[in-house]
Every structure is written in structure tokens, then in C-alpha cells.
Ligand binder design. Sequence first.
Ligand SMILES: Nc1nc2c(ncn2[C@@H]2O[C@H](COP(=O)(O)OP(=O)(O)OP(=O)(O)O)[C@@H](O)[C@H]2O)c(=O)[nH]1
Ligand SMILES: [Mg+2]
Length: 701
Amino acid sequence: MTVAELEKLRNVGILGQGGSGKTSLGEAMLFGAGATQRLGKVVDGTSVLDHEPEEIKHHISISTAFHSLSWKRFPITIVDTPGYAAFIADTINSMRAFRGAVFVLNPSVGLRVESEQLWAQANADGVSRLFFVNKMDHEQGDVEQRIAPLLETLGAKAVYLQLPIGVEAGFRGVVDLLSMKAFLYEGESGKCAETAIPGDLQGAAEEMREKLVEDVSETDDELLEKFLDGKELSNDEIKQALRNGIRERKIFPILFGSATRQIGIAQLLDAVADYLPSPIDEGEVEAKRPSSGETVKRKQDPDAPFSAYVFKTISDPFAGKLSVMRVISGKIASDMSCLDVNKQSREKIGHMFRLEGKKQEAVKEAFAGEIVAAAKLKEVTTGDTLCDEKAVLQFEGPAHFSPVISFALEPKSKADEEKVPQGLHRMMEEDPTIALHRDEETRDFILSGMGQQHIEIIVEKLKRKYSAEVVLKAPKVPYKETIRSSASAQGKLKKQSGGRGQYGDTWLKVEPLPHGAGFEFVDQIVGGAVPRNYIPAVEKGVREALLSGYLAGYPVVDVRVTLYDGSYHDVDSSDMAFKIAASMGFKNAVEKAKPVLLEPIMNMAVTVPDECMGDVIGDLNSRRGKVLGMDTKGHTQVIKSRVPMSEVLKYAPDLRALTSGRGEFQMEFSHYEELPAHLAEKVIKEAKARKTGEQEGEHKV
Ligand SMILES: Nc1nc2c(ncn2[C@@H]2O[C@H](COP(=O)(O)OP(=O)(O)OP(=O)(O)O)[C@@H](O)[C@H]2O)c(=O)[nH]1
Ligand SMILES: [Mg+2]
């Protein structure tokens, strides 16, 4: 690809909450641009983007899908992402592949927490966005009024580029406020005619255009001056300012349409080509030089040395393991070799593919800015940087996700005993949010994931792909631990009797960090109290201690650990000794820092007939739930509440009993809160009992 071609390339994410119509929109874009021969539909399983059997069965996207199209000579790669909370980890990882996106809104449903999370992530990743208000054929009343609070929640400075024509079944097209033309669609054919603005919309359109021009001019000083002087701005000037404003993420334009009725699609594709950035516009990408830790920048230039970031792994039944990467600079070609910086291993590139929905198209090379999948790389996993051995750099790794729910899996038969962990380990290559360990007491496999639906789908896939069958048993609560105050302590290992001794000595300070901050390690050693080469071992020791917890064996989160002093021995010190000393020091410090247990709290929406409302609320209260509010929908009530996960592990049968089978509920992870003391005591006691049980078990063998 030449620079001129790169300038036209658009990698476009389709983002938004579950069920907003992203996949349907992707299908409409593909069909509208002639990339597919018929319009794929999610509901009847003909989508080329939602092509996995589980996606077809449940009518939801589980994994990010890719497809290219060509629109007015712009090569566009669409990246259709999942929107439901249980699957958005893949969306967040895939966000590294694009810097432009269509953010789908569905005002009649309102904004769910996933939309907010995706919006925040797109802000953090510097993704330019267009809003597409979908399902306009379904939208009632005054959309503008419904959209305003959504924009406010997202904190987005939005500008209307269009006005919708007609509502609900009468929705027929859009008025373009720049060209001041109307685009009227013929039924559901996707065919559109350019016409004059319908008379009844003329006044509103003029008013909205004025607002658009004002808002856009505010993003550019020169233009603003002209505007304030009362001078007329040309469409080209407005467009250029709009383009800059969008790319700099100062403004977010709003477009309207209907994916399933193919309305507004051509205008959306025009806007993608006009306003979203190409890899050249994205400019340089930050990375680190692994040898020195120094920050470097790499230009997204096909002539620069090769570098790429692997953001996704697919285990394909035919092609084997596929490492899906965004080429950042240079080019990658079959038969070349490169360095996996994270694994410090050399990889030889073999077959490469461009992903086209469920199909793969073999390619021989790919250039800066492109998304490409390489088959059967030996050691590469998601999050790795691949690069030219002579120009080494490392891009920031993937986000870390903590599983929110765990279930015990019991293999159905003896043969499944082996097949289950094998299959799950293969699936973990694709899905970094799956965690697996074995419960030493019960010998059950404990499978952790991002939500009940996630776990259920893993189990379905396990059966389909690896013919391994399991029975799901009651979930376990993923408690966490943290500290409430700061403390310092020493961790010292000194064994110097006979043979080679062991000596490591560390002074560590632990401090609480805000919720969700995770873990930070700070090295404050001056004057070599702990020699440089042992510091990674100290961090490793702390990380291991973090995982095994202090109070009840649950991972410790939201702490900063500072290594500020220590001592060493010329002969007896080793990585191992410092690792152990650090882990002792960490435990000693945590002990003094008011450790507490945290429990996961769920957002629950329970829909019940009016007459059951009292019972259901009473029951939620008895489960330590907090009722947040109520929505009336006809003769049903939607009760919104926050409830600790431990209280609703088996809510489904209880709700059925309370409502004679007429109640429904949706539940998703919200946040962690401190577990009340009397319950914490119980959890700690149980953990201790488990531990002594294990130790006794060990003694028996
Ligand atoms: N009436 C109407 N329904 C639509 C429209 N777009 C999508 N739908 C329906 O909305 C439902 C969800 O559509 P999807 O395209 O699967 O939504 P999604 O955002 O991809 O969902 P996830 O990927 O699971 O988050 C399906 O039943 C679609 O047929 C639209 O413009 N109008
Ligand atoms: Mg989808």
C-alpha cells in the first residue's frame, strides 16, 4: 500500500451497548457498499459478522468480527464488536485496532453501563467517533429530547449533521444539514433519492444548520472570528473544521438511520470516509524501548521498520491459531521473520489472511495501518508486540480484566476429565477473561468469567469444539482483599547454617489506592541497599503474595507497594531469596494495614407483574439489596437494585417461586464493596478450615 492509499484507509469500529444494532448496521454497510450479495440478518442467522454457532443461536455478538468494503474508492475495514457486558473485554482489546468508530445509540432503551464503559475506553484510547442513532423506524416521539440526556451522561459535545424525516414506521430518510438536501429512501430497498428538504422541515433544518455552523466554528479560532463577524462560512470550510474537530475528539457528529431497513447507510459511509481518521492522520504511536524503558514514537509509515500489535487470537478449526494484529509501521510478509518482543522469541511468518466475516482471504503482505491475521505463530499471544529485530520497541500490553463470577464444573464422564482442561486452555488463548483452577478439596474445576452468560457460552463451546461435557454447579463468589491504611514492614530471609545460605532483606510500604486502581509497584531504592538485579525478583515476590491474599486467600487489589530499603549478602543473596523475603514483607505490612474483604455487588433489574412487587422487594431487602428505583411498563414493574452477588447466586428459582414463573431478571457486575464484618469473619473462617483441610490432606499422602 502506498502512502496515498493509506490516506484513504479507514479502520472503523462499531461500538455501543448490547442489542443496539451494531452487527445489523455492519451488515447494512457491507451490503450497501456491495461487499456482500445479500443483506445479512442477525435474527435469521444469515449475518456474516455474527457467524459463530453460539452467536447464531443466541442472536448476540460474542467475538469481534472484521470485514472490508470499498466505498467511493475508500478501503474501509469494519470491526463489529460485542456490546453485552459479558463479552466487551474483546471489544476493549480490539479497540487498539482502530482510531475511528461509529458509536451506535438506541435512545428508546437509554444508556446502559456498557455504553458508558465503552465510551470511557474510547476516550482513553483516543478513538474519534460518529454517533449513529439507530432503530429510527422504532423510535417514538421527540428523539432530540431523548438523546440529550444520553449525550450529557457521556459528556460528549455533539453536533447534529442531520435531521430525521418521519418517525417510527414513517421514518423515510434524513436531511443533510451541510448540503441542505434531503435523502429519501424507497421502502426497505436501500435505494435513496436526493430531493429538496420537505416543506415542514425547512424551518427546523435552517435552525439546526445555524447551530451546527456555530458549534463547529467554536472548534477553530479563525473560523470563529469569521463567524462572529457575521461572514458566511463555505461548506468546505465547515467540513474541514468538522473533520479536524472530530479527529481531535472535540466534537462528535450525530447521524440517523435504521440498519435493518437500510436507511441512512450511504450517508453514514460518506461520513466515515469524510471525517474518520486514516492511519496517516492518526500520526505516531507511542511505545517503549524495552532495553531502557524510554518512551519512543513510531510513525505509521509503510516505509518504516516493521512493527505490529497483536490484539486478538482466534483458534480456527482449519487455519489453527490466528494472531490478529494491527500493523503499526512497515510491512509484514509471508516468509519473513520478526521478533516477538514480549516472549523474546523469533517468529517466522507463514500464511497470512485478511478476515472477511466468517471467511478468510489469503494475503502475502500487509502494510502499516492494516489489520491482518498470521497463522500458527509459535509463542505469540494476545498483547504481544511483533517487530523488526533491528528496530525493537514494545507497545503497551492489553487491559487486564478480573473475572466477576465463578462456577464449579463437574466433568460428565471419565473421558471429560482430560478433555475439559485441554479444551478450556485452548479457549483461554482466545479469551483472556477466562480463568481456571482446580478446587483441591472437591477436585472440581473452577471456571471464572465475566458473567453467567459468558460461562454458559464457554460450556456450549467446550462441547461443540472439543466435545467435552460438564455439569455446571453453584457459582463461587470472587471476593477480593484490600487494605484501609498504610503500613511498613520488613521481610527478611536469612538461612545461613550449613551449605550455601539464603539471604534477602526488604523493607516495604503498602498504601491503599482508589477503587479499581489495581496494583502499583514503586522502586525507591537509593544507594544500592537492594542491588538493581534483585528488584524484579522483589516485585515478583510481591505479585505472588498479592495473588494468594492475606485474610482468606483472595487476591489483594488496589494497593501500592513501595520498596524503600533492604540489605543483601554478597554470596548468599539470590533472586529466590529476595522473592521470598518480599512476599514475607508484603504479608507483614498488610497485616498492619487494616486488611478487609471486598465483595462483588451486582446491578439487578427485575421485571415482575404489579401484584408481585411487594414480595419481590421484600425478598431483595432480605438479601441485603438496595432498591434504587422503579419503572412502570404497562402492568409490569421493573425494579432496579444493587445486591451482593453472594445473596443472588441462585436467584432464578427463587424468583420463579415468588412470581409463579412470571418474573424475569437481568444481572450484571457493578462494583466491589467492603464485606460487613460479621460476614467477613465467616468467610475467613471457612477459608482457614479449607486450608487446614488441605494441609491434613497433604499429610495423609
Ligand atoms: N426495528 C429495528 N430493529 C433493529 C435495527 N437494527 C437492529 N435491529 C434489531 O435489534 C436486534 C439486535 O441487533 P444486533 O445487530 O444484533 O445488535 P448488536 O448491537 O450487534 O448486539 P450485540 O452485538 O449482541 O451487542 C436484532 O433483533 C435486530 O434485528 C433497526 O434499525 N430497526
Ligand atoms: Mg452484534
